[in-house]
Ligand binder design. Structure first.
Ligand code: DGJ
Length: 731
């Protein structure tokens, strides 16, 4: 619910459990007042003004030295107004000065959720959401107008933010920094939680105190990246999974980003998120407008688990779209780790036979089927089937696969090109390169210039022909390098290229989704290098990591779970010793870990023993049986897989009548202590029958309060990495 109190010009956004409040003060400056547990009434009493040395005052406040934007909590701080904390906006005027003194002009409250031109954004029905837009104008006649957009989905405690900057003046200007959300806290001691990583180890949880200075994460790679995920959480120092106040910002964007947490000299905290400023320069000629990508904001007053659940609900119901949003996705076998580049049509059919005997739904032919692709040095850009390699046409191969009762999926990497490809030979200028210089190479490939419409069109033509050539129902959309050479032949200002690239990517994905509404696209970027809410708008699931080792995956999936739902997490079983790190883990463990994601296989079934095949059939039956609970239930982290001896997580149905507990033993010792896993989220007064889903043993009746207080005992066993999955049914 959105309210406006006209006397004090106070805006309040109420969600089910939280309130967010702002005030256009007597000078028209939009101050942030409060975000936290739901309130009624005004929180302007929190503001206390003092004269603070070396904190300047706006000209119109010069008699009042206590009024300074250097310390006041603001909604959208700009450089040049006396605020020396990190700005949300730097606007360069035609004369070279950086200044923008924004004052309240007008506002609008309406039903429904705003959409953003050319950009992915949270969507919701007219009755589910509301929009508040507040327009601010530069006080000095530049004609710069800034509209702050707030979308509210009260039921799931979600507020979204975006910003539109318009030049209604007669001289030019340029944006050199534009963040989408700024959150100022007058009080509170916080920890900042971020998710760092690298190829093969993405989204590792890191929690540290916010202290004086700026904690900054981001990506200047033209992609959201393996290194930092565009998700930042501020949590009260004492906040845990189950208690305390915490705040998340999650970027609905797949390119470079910036997220910062800053403590100022007066122990106030500022949190921000938006576009990367590095190599960003966006000219705004008179009449032009720029829209910043959206940030999803949420506050939980009952700990981190609830915060994640708010984000999960938002992504599952209000970001992911299309046919696959509400459907159980196909359980598939991907050819990559089974044969890498070494396959032909026959081998793919063999894999398909194996997959069908195991009860899977689909086979995916990964990299190596097109152009002159023999290894990862050639062929990208030529999306035509290499019939010589396959030994048949694609329609013939797909017909054979469908005869086995399987659907067919294919790998593509549409944004890339190898110099050794017909596409590059025909259009060398279509790649991003700085004129007169050698480009930086990565995996021996170049990035196509998606900031140019004609390049996107040419790729679309090839992809559409491929998808129309036979029944392809799934595409794995890969992206295997980052952007280094930021120069487009089509750009008047090279500072626009990286953002226009992402707009080009989104336009292509939108077109493919519209033209092929039945198609399921799985995002991928060397695993999870572009695991973000922007991609999820077009690709309902994303390959989580190239690291398929079950133990490493525990860390990766643990971090991922803070911002992303299970249904979005591409996770497969591979063989042992694991190809990435050589570790040996039981097949049961690999299966249980992959079940906290989409569950599929990344191996050659021909190498499996009969016993292993039987185990996979059992796992698949379990994954299918509990699909709704796994994907729609509330996800609860029960341990920290880096520090604790047992990794454990729980999915609980909305009515708490059933739950699924998964555990993996991470330590094995002689004469070890009995370990217990403390559960959460159950109906505290109820009794639950707890049963191992893979064993014949009888169910054990356990009081929920004891399960959540003392815990559930996990059997001591010989050997490493034993895993269990227990089904809990309320009696
Ligand atoms: C990187 C992906 O993450 C892998 O799964 C595989 O598809 C390779 N690319 C193929 O080149």
């Amino acid at each position: 619910m959105l309210t406006y109190e006209s006397e004090k010009r106070i805006f309040t956004i109420h969600t089910k459990n939280t309130s967010y409040q702002m005030m256009a003060d007597s000078r028209g400056v939009l101050l942030h007042l409060y975000y936290g547990r739901r309130i009624s009434g005004a929180a302007d009493y929190l503001l206390r003004l003092y004269d603070r040395g070396f904190s300047g005052n706006p000209y119109d406040a010069k008699e009042d030295r206590s009024y300074s934007l250097d310390v006041l909590p603001q909604e959208f701080p700009c450089l040049g107004t006396g605020d020396h904390r990190r700005p949300a906006c730097i606007l360069e005027l035609e004369n070279g000065a950086s200044s923008c003194d924004l004052r309240y002009d007008s506002h609008e409250i309406r039903k429904g959720k705003y959409a953003l031109p050319q950009l992915p954004a949270v969507y919701a029905g007219e009755e589910e959401a509301e929009t508040l837009s507040i327009t601010l104008k530069d006080a000095w006649g530049s004609g710069i107008e800034v509209t702050l957009l707030y979308g509210v989905i009260p039921e799931i405690d979600i507020i979204t933010r975006s910003v539109q900057v318009t030049n209604r003046g007669s001289s030019g200007a340029a944006l050199t920094r534009l963040l989408s959300a700024n959150l100022d806290f007058l009080t509170g001691s916080f920890d900042v939680i971020t998710f760092f990583g690298k190829h093969g180890m993405e989204r590792v949880f890191q929690r540290e105190a916010v202290s004086h200075g700026v904690k900054m994460i981001g990506s200047g790679r033209g992609m959201s990246s393996h290194q930092y995920n565009p998700l930042m959480i501020l949590a009260e120092r004492e906040a845990t999974e189950e208690s305390g106040c915490c705040y998340a910002m999650e970027f609905v964007y797949s390119g470079g980003f910036l997220a910062e947490a800053e403590q100022d000299p007066f122990e106030q905290t500022r949190m921000q998120m938006g576009l990367a400023s590095e190599r960003f320069h966006w000219p705004l000629a008179p009449g032009e407008s720029f829209t910043a990508p959206e940030v999803i904001l949420s506050c939980s007053t009952s700990g981190l688990a609830k915060l994640s659940q708010n984000l999960h609900s938002c992504l599952k119901q209000h970001v992911i779209r299309g046919k696959w949003r509400d459907e159980i996705r196909p359980f598939l076998l991907n050819s990559w780790e089974g044969c890498y580049f070494d396959f032909n049509g026959e081998r793919i059919l063999e894999l398909a036979k194996g997959a069908s005997e195991l009860g899977l739904d689909m086979i995916v032919m990964d990299d190596g089927w097109f152009g002159s692709r023999r290894d990862d040095n050639a062929g990208l850009g030529d999306w035509t089937v290499n019939e010589e390699k396959l030994g048949c046409t694609l329609p013939e191969l797909v017909a054979g696969i469908r005869d086995l009762g399987l659907a067919f999926g294919i790998w593509v990497e549409p944004e890339m090109v190898n110099e050794d490809s017909d596409f590059y030979r025909a259009h060398p200028d279509y790649a991003l390169k700085v004129p007169g210089r050698n480009p930086v190479m990565a995996r021996n490939q170049l990035v196509l210039d998606f900031s140019r419409e004609e390049v996107v069109d040419a790729v679309y033509t090839q992809l559409a022909a491929l998808l129309k050539s036979c029944p392809i129902t799934y595409v794995k959309w890969d992206y295997n390098r980052c952007i280094e050479d930021v120069y487009s032949m089509g750009a008047a200002d090279q500072g626009t290229v990286l953002h226009k690239y992402i707009l080009g990517l989104y336009s292509l994905l939108e077109r493919i989704n519209r033209e092929f509404p039945e198609l399921l696209i799985e995002g991928c970027s060397g695993g999870g290098g572009r695991f973000d809410a922007g991609m999820l708008y077009y690709t309902p699931q994303i390959w989580c990591s190239d690291n398929t080792d079950a133990v490493d995956r525990l860390r990766i999936q643990h971090g991922t779970s803070f911002g992303y739902p299970v249904s979005a997490v591409g996770a497969h079983i591979s063989v042992c010793p694991n190809h990435q790190c050589g570790r040996v883990t039981p097949l049961r463990t690999r299966g249980i870990v992959a079940m906290a994601g989409t569950y599929g296989l990344e191996l050659d079934p021909g190498t499996l023993t009969e016993e292993e095949k039987e185990e996979i059939r059992r796992q698949l039956a379990v994954r299918r049986r509990f699909a709704a609970l796994i994907e729609d239930g509330s996800y609860l982290r029960l341990s920290d897989p880096v520090r604790d001896p047992i990794a454990a997580w729980l999915m609980v149905s909305e009515d708490r009548s059933e739950a699924l507990l998964s555990t993996v033993n991470l330590e094995t010792h002689f004469n070890d202590a009995q370990r217990y896993v403390r559960l959460q989220g159950l109906d505290p007064g109820a009794l639950y029958a707890v049963k191992d889903v893979f064993e014949e043993s009888a169910a054990v009746l356990c009081p929920a309060a004891a399960l959540m207080g003392s815990g559930f005992p996990i059997a001591r066993e010989m050997g490493e990495y034993g895993a269990h999955m227990f089904y809990l049914k309320r009696q």
